[in-house]
Design a protein around this ligand. Structure first.
Ligand code: ISE
Length: 333
């Protein structure tokens, strides 16, 4: 059984997912591409031999030739598109965030629960990264004892002009929130944010430190510098009671020559997390064939957004802020 996928959004991520699906994922066929910019949709479709294009994502969802949907359109369009997929009973892989607001996430949870079937996977692709997966296995195997602290670095070479201070949290830190929840297997209870840029009118997006505390008291610190200039650099080190686990990026080589040691950095997340994106798509397609959901659920998308909202409130108030989560519905147990 081949899965007939329609992709909404033909920008950087939509085009990347389309290429990965066509070139590296067996069992799936990209049958339609939608983008508000018709030329952009047609350009990606023509490159990959896809015949159907749309300017309206909702028309793609309604197309009977489309069996499953991948959403990679702007963040504020996610909620309406995900809800349309639920109404059409079509499985959907939605790029993070699940929705731009917490109330939209809640509506999505209710809609999925009311159809009684897991249809939504959220594109927190780091869960498929071999490095994070190895950290989780080593932690579960007890190699470093109980977790105490998780240190994370998240540096982008640069962000586009439309990037806002809030997006440091909702677009970038949200990955760290999800991977911390997944690695530690518990929710975040409190958030603090130190963002010196908020008082510097000249720099809308400056270095930010997010500190989270889990329900059991593990601390997670995330240093974000999204205009770091030198390349894409994501690191994680988990400190346990009797050792540490550090994620090593895949396929890196240290060159020692001319009295120096060098290794290169990816320009952005697509190359750094290439394996994670590929495995995420493979496992999503497999899960549609087996009926066994994988990856981040709508609940995970909701919890990540709720935690991001606590971070925004903490940044605005300068205070330690509680993460407000509804009780987890049994449906997502
Ligand atoms: C971007 O949108 C992503 O999702 C990347 O994974 C993240 O590292 C980057 O900071 C975001 O801007």
């Amino acid at each position: 059984m081949r899965i007939h996928v329609g992709i909404i959004g033909a920008g950087v991520m939509g085009a990347d997912h389309a290429r990965t699906l066509v070139r590296s994922v067996g069992g799936a066929e990209v049958v339609a591409i939608a983008d508000a910019d018709a030329d952009r949709a047609r350009g990606v479709a023509a490159d990959l031999g896809v015949r159907r294009t749309y300017v309206d994502g909702h028309a793609l969802i309604a197309d009977p030739a489309v069996g499953a949907v991948l959403i990679a359109s702007p963040d504020d369009t996610h909620a309406a598109l995900v809800l349309a997929c639920i109404t059409a009973r079509k499985p959907v892989l939605c790029e993070k965030p699940l929705a731009a607001t917490l109330s939209e996430c809640e509506t999505i949870l209710q809609a999925e629960i009311s159809v009684g079937r897991r249809l939504i996977q959220v594109g927190f692709m780091r869960r498929f990264d071999p490095g994070y997966a190895a950290m989780k296995l080593a932690l579960r195997a007890g190699h470093v004892g109980a977790p105490v602290m998780l240190h994370c670095i998240h540096h982008n070479a640069s962000v586009p002009d439309f990037f806002t201070a809030d997006m440091v949290i909702t677009n970038s830190a949200v990955h760290e929130i999800d991977i911390a929840r997944w690695l530690l297997d518990e929710e975040m209870a409190q958030a603090m944010v130190f963002a010196p840029y908020r008082s510097a009118a000249s720099a809308a997006v400056g270095p930010t430190l997010v500190v989270l505390e889990t329900v059991s008291g593990v601390t997670v610190d995330v240093g974000l510098h999204l205009n770091a200039g030198y390349g894409y650099d994501v690191r994680a080190e988990l400190v346990g009671e009797s050792g540490t686990l550090a994620r090593l990026p895949q396929d890196t080589v240290a060159v020692r020559a001319d009295g120096e040691q060098r290794s290169s950095l990816a320009a952005d997340w697509r190359a750094h997390f290439e394996a994670a994106y590929r495995l995420q798509l493979r496992e999503w397609v497999d899960s549609l064939r087996t009926g066994r959901p994988v990856g981040a659920s709508a609940w995970d998308g909701y919890a990540a957004t709720a935690t991001a909202m606590a971070c925004l409130a903490a940044a605005a108030s300068g205070r330690r802020t509680d993460v407000q989560l509804m009780p987890r519905p049994d449906f997502y147990a």
